[in-house]
Ligand binder design. Sequence first.
Ligand SMILES: *Cc1c(COP(=O)(O)O)cnc(C)c1O
Length: 393
Amino acid sequence: MSEFEKIKSQDDSYVAHTYGRFPVAIKQGKGATCFDFDGKKYIDFSSGIGVNSLGFCDEGWVNAVTQQLNTLQHISNLYYTEPCSVAAKLLCENTGMKKVFFSNSGAESNEGAIKCARKYSYTKYGNGRSKVITLVNSFHGRTVTTLAATGQDVFHNFFYPFTEGFEFVPANDIEALKNALDDTVCAVMMELIQGEGGVMPLDKIYVEQVSELCKNNDILLIIDEVQTGVGRTGKLFAFQHFDIKPDIVTTAKGLGGGLPLGCVMFGEKTENTFVPGDHATTFGGNPVATAGAGYILGKMDNDFLNEVGRKGEYIKQKILKMPYVEGVDGMGMMLGVRLEDGIKAADIVKKGIEFGVLALTAKIKIRLLPPLTISYEEIDEGLAAIEKALKEI
Ligand SMILES: *Cc1c(COP(=O)(O)O)cnc(C)c1O
């Protein structure tokens, strides 16, 4: 048995079958390049679904994390730690948000946001104003409540009863939202680019109208930046491309750079909504994870973020010249490639693995989320593999 076969058979025997895996085991990586157990090389256009912001094993990030690991790996939230306060300060200073609650995942961040919105409204208006409006085709996570918040029927199976109090309206339809906003609504929650929904950016005018409507009715605007956050779109957070001031912003994926970390950021209205006892998580703000986050956030100055935008544009222009490509959606290095009818994104991604590139799909598109530090050489090499896959399909 090869090393890969051994790993696969062990995994098949003992790991719950919740993932459709490709027949590849990745052993190690550096930057945007990684290797499997046979020594085959891959260019990574997935970054672990937008997680490895600085690529595999970035030296500065590894140093920040290991230094903290050798100093203090964890202590309960009954005590202060430095890395947690540093990461929170960087998040607030660079977004205009006021307070941060650290969590461990995207779904958990959205749970925190929903709880906060409900408490804000309950405290001010009493019972009955607890509904959260989300968008059709959204994705907000896999817990029972965040599944309920997700505006896709395929996620509303088996696990009944789901949490009450969610309603979906079509994206980019301001009249539909106006009709849904009655006195039972406490918040509107949305992604600015629907990621799992197929890399679908919202219209700028729509987003700004939603923000205005929310503001005028004291309805909280929650922006789910679990996928779009932490530099992915060429700004630190995607909402900074818009003329809006969200009341709550959630993020996760790229925040820890590969360690499990998420957060909820609160604005002026909500910064004091939670008081001690309202919300907590044992691992929240873990010093090792937040030391990594502090390092990542420290790296993301304007030069870094502008370079994300430039590389994204470079990738987009090259892909637009490839066969069967109809268009490229998205911002920065969150890109969705639309293909001509009859060409399946999943087939291209599968074929791409053969040619040494790791890409993703999102609905009917090829989705690219390269590490933000990917080099132009790595981009060229990965794109050549995608082009080869397109030509041979
Ligand atoms: C991935 C994702 C989530 C869920 O994050 P987990 O860390 O898997 O819980 C929520 N919202 C959006 C927009 C996401 O992309």
